[in-house]
Design a protein around this ligand. Structure first.
Ligand code: RIB
Ligand code: CA
Length: 313
């Protein structure tokens, strides 16, 4: 079977980096057409730099990296250096990137690529704020029916918020963008904090990755050592949630996950709950289902898949 064509839209971020590496380590199942960068964890200059660094670390130089939106559609940018460090990729000491960005804007690339490929053949995998994809949909509504599926890391229901008491970071940074996505009619699978908070990088799991002994594995282990210090302290758990690679793992092994087709709407007016994903998990409204909202993960299965694949790079 031909590999599934995907585009990763990202704000690297250590966990984004691991997601990109997992995708690049799985060419039999996934063809990564492009990495499109957006401002989020850190400003766009750093997210594009970090995506280039990770591309070169993987040795897969042929994948184009493009710069996208440097701020949300309407709101001011909120970043997360307190979690990811000043550069967004603090932890390992990695060489400066050499290969350049591809020319052009990521939003134009998303539109052109979706128009050039047969309808229903490209899956978009946003693992940062949804600004690029929403801007593309807003500028070119004809691409909506051409998108096979959007599989996104974002939102929360039982796990509640991580950047405010009500909202998860990716959705909170650009709620207007998220609202466009969830009203687009495109098939959506949501990988929320409800799932990623069960994918904890314990010492044992990170040591298993470190034990692979390759430059990629060492870099991932050092990124995780840095990235997890914040969540370890905040949640008092043995390890931090490894959010973004769950999106790629879902594409590779969907049976590691479970969820429900429900209605999800986005808070875009109240500052108190701005960016909340209002998920009708219990079906208490008659609002139509618009997303597969995942709720559980086989964490051991996820980490054994991740470790096996990282060893390939
Ligand atoms: O809330 C977690 C999400 O926000 C992850 O995608 C992480 O990289 C940050 O972007
Ligand atoms: Ca991210």
């Amino acid at each position: 079977m031909a590999p599934r064509k995907i585009i990763i839209d990202t704000d690297p971020g250590q966990d984004d980096a691991v997601a990109i590496l997992l995708a690049l380590a799985s060419p039999e199942e996934l063809e990564l057409l492009a990495i499109t960068c957006v401002a989020g964890n850190v400003p766009l200059d750093y997210t594009t730099r970090n995506a280039r660094i990770i591309r070169e670390l993987s040795g897969k130089a042929e994948v184009p990296v493009l710069a996208g939106c440097d701020r949300p559609m309407t709101r001011a940018l909120v970043t997360a250096e307190h979690v990811h460090g000043r550069t967004g990729l603090d932890g390992p000491d990695l060489p400066d990137p050499v290969l350049p960005l591809a020319p052009g804007h990521a939003v134009d690339h998303l539109i052109d690529t979706l128009r050039r490929h047969p309808p229903g053949t490209i899956t978009l995998c946003p693992i940062g704020p949804l600004t690029n994809i929403a801007t593309a949909l807003d500028r070119a509504p004809d691409i909506a029916p051409r998108i096979k599926e959007i599989v996104l890391m974002g939102g929360a229901y039982f796990a509640v918020g991580n950047v405010t008491p009500a909202a998860e970071f990716n959705i909170h940074v650009d709620p207007q963008a998220a609202d466009i996505i969830f009203k687009s009619g495109v098939p959506i699978t949501v990988v929320p904090l409800d799932v990623t908070h069960k994918a904890l990088v314990t010492r044992a799991r990170n040591d298993a990755i470190r034990a692979i002994g390759t430059p990629v594995a060492r870099a991932v282990a050092e990124m995780t050592d840095f990235f997890e210090r914040y969540d370890r302290t905040k949640y008092g758990q043995d390890g931090a949630p490894l959010h973004d690679p769950c999106v790629i793992a879902y594409l590779l092994r969907p049976n590691l996950f479970s969820g429900r087709h429900i209605n999800v709407e986005i808070e875009t007016t109240s500052e108190l709950t701005m960016g909340m994903t209002v998920a009708d998990w219990w079906g208490v409204t008659d609002r139509p289902a618009n997303a597969l909202f995942l709720g559980d993960i086989d964490a051991d299965g996820f980490f054994s898949l991740l470790t096996e694949r990282l060893a390939r790079l």
